[in-house]
Write a protein that binds this ligand. Structure first.
Ligand code: NAD
Length: 477
């Protein structure tokens, strides 16, 4: 059991002034994994003051030094990949094998690509536009607020570019899976990050999240989480006109065209929905298939789902672990019931949990799902796939674009040109063609109610700068 009753502020571990504690429990067993201090507004104020004090010095630090620190953290993460992945698996139920493959490696890439993108900016130099020199200024103190599902990945997607740009940070990780953030703070310390550049205050949304969002000395909120919380944060941040980037929910469509290699597409499509127990913002949770191929697809889906073994996360053969919490389990089971009630045809799974204890949900697939059904409109965030038959390409595109979200999507076709033509019509921030793996150099973010702004690589880094024009600056020779 890990106990952390401290906060990381101004380069030191100090006790939280809050009196409460938050328990972190393994959602598969209910066992206590950790206990952390429930931070409060006074902790946040201390952290923001430290970040504010550190900002001018860090902004003026040679970018090459900032890059070297990010590279050090990247290397430390590489060395401790399995240890940190196993901790994340204990915190939120991601199967060990998947966690070791993805949970930390994504963070490693975020640190690497933020550093490389900063190098690219240095190499390009500053731009002259007519009589103006256009320069970048780090935006200031960044409040980073993150969810539980890929906890370290989401933290690193904010903290690495912010620090590369010369910003200082106050991080509030999710209280469901906060323990990995303490390890990251230790890595920053070991890397020689100056005091106050990175600060950590854990706690709940009402106490810590609110205090960060409303603090007058925070310049930007970088948030990843639910669309509901994102709207509240955007509204609150408007009072002090902070810049806000929002990475929110999704209900992404995977469009299988009639010329796709079904034997390859369908098992991969199941994985694109069920990975990380279906708890991925970019999960392709709607599978759009030609009506004429529905029977063939259903058979392939049933075969593929049989390989998604439910079990304890620390069993390396487990492919589906528990939901991150009992509350998440209840929410997912509620959606499955809703699918049944609204007339979707249950193909696999259902509302009976596959294990008696723990927050488990049976991998579930519905067919004959129509765009007006709740399970076609709302983000479920669990291993629940909705198969939606379409009549022609125009119908496929219309159905894909029928949700309020626009985070991700997929297209399968044996013709690259055809796939790209459909992908261009999808109102969404990224489209995965023929199962291509996630590329963390390319921009990621939402259309519509999936958010504002972009993360990852160069586009993600650019969010952390103000742009200033210097009219009449002498042209450097
Ligand atoms: P959540 O919105 O409940 O919480 C996310 C974080 O925000 C937590 O740290 C929480 O304490 C904090 N928070 C919540 N309300 C707040 C408020 N009003 N003010 C300040 N802070 C607040 O989300 P979650 O349940 O932790 O994560 C799941 C959600 O995150 C899903 O909707 C998922 O789609 C989304 N998500 C999006 C992305 C993306 O990149 N677009 C990635 C992962 C997860």
């Amino acid at each position: 059991m890990i106990e952390r009753m401290d906060i990381y502020v101004d380069g030191a571990w100090v006790p939280s002034s809050g009196t409460g504690a938050i328990e972190v429990r393994n959602p598969a067993t209910g066992e206590l994994v950790g206990k952390i201090a429930a931070g409060n507004a006074a902790d946040v104020d201390l952290a923001v003051k430290a970040a504010r004090k550190a900002f001018p010095g860090w902004a003026a630090t040679d970018a090459k030094k900032r890059i070297a620190i990010l590279d050090s953290v990247r290397d430390q993460l590489k060395e401790r990949n399995d240890e940190v992945a196993d901790l994340i698996s204990d915190e939120m139920g991601s199967p060990r094998a998947f966690a070791r493959m993805a949970q930390v490696s994504l963070a490693i890439k975020n640190f690497d690509f933020a550093a490389r993108a900063m190098e690219e900016i240095l190499e390009e130099g500053e731009e002259m536009m007519g009589s103006s020199l256009v320069v970048r200024d780090p935006i200031g103190v960044v409040g980073a607020i993150t969810p539980w599902n890929f906890p370290l990945h989401q933290i690193s997607a904010k903290v690495a570019p912010a620090i590369a740009a010369g910003c200082t940070v106050v991080l509030k990780p999710s209280k469901v899976s906060p323990l990995n953030a303490y390890i990251l703070a230790e890595m920053f310390e070991k890397a020689g990050l100056p005091a106050g550049v990175f600060n950590l205050v854990a706690g709940d949304a009402a106490a810590v999240g609110d205090a960060i969002v409303n603090h007058p000395d925070v310049n930007m909120i970088s948030f990843t989480g639910s669309t509901g919380a994102g709207k509240k944060i955007a509204a609150a941040a408007a009072l002090t006109l902070k810049k806000v980037t929002l990475e929110l929910g999704g209900k992404s469509a995977n469009v299988v065209l009639d010329d796709a290699d079904m034997a390859k597409a369908i098992p991969t499509a199941v994985k694109q929905c069920f990975a990380n127990n279906g708890q991925a913002c970019a999960a392709l949770s709607r599978l759009l298939v030609p009506r004429s191929k529905l029977a063939e697809v259903e058979k392939l889906v049933i075969d593929a789902v049989a390989g998604w073994t439910v079990g304890l996360p620390d069993d390396l053969d487990t492919k589906v672990g528990p939901m991150a919490s009992p509350a998440q389990q209840k929410s997912v089971l509620g959606y499955i019931q809703k699918g049944i009630d609204e007339g979707a045809r249950l193909l696999v799974g259902g509302t009976t949990p596959p294990r008696e204890t723990g927050a488990f949900v049976e991998p579930t697939v519905f067919s004959d799902v129509t765009p007006n059904m709740t399970i076609a409109q709302e983000e479920i965030f669990g291993p629940v796939l909705a198969i939606m038959p379409y009549d022609d390409e125009a119908d496929a595109v219309a159905q894909a674009n029928s949700a309020v979200y626009g985070l991700s999507g997929g297209v399968w076709s044996s013709s690259g040109e055809r796939a790209v033509a459909i992908a261009r019509q999808l109102r969404t921030g990224q489209v995965v063609i023929n199962g291509e793996p996630l590329n963390l150099q390319a921009p990621f973010g939402g259309y519509g109610q999936s958010g504002l702004g972009r993360e990852y690589g160069r586009y993600g880094l650019e969010e952390y700068f103000e742009i200033k024009s210097l009219q009449g600056a002498p042209v450097s020779k």
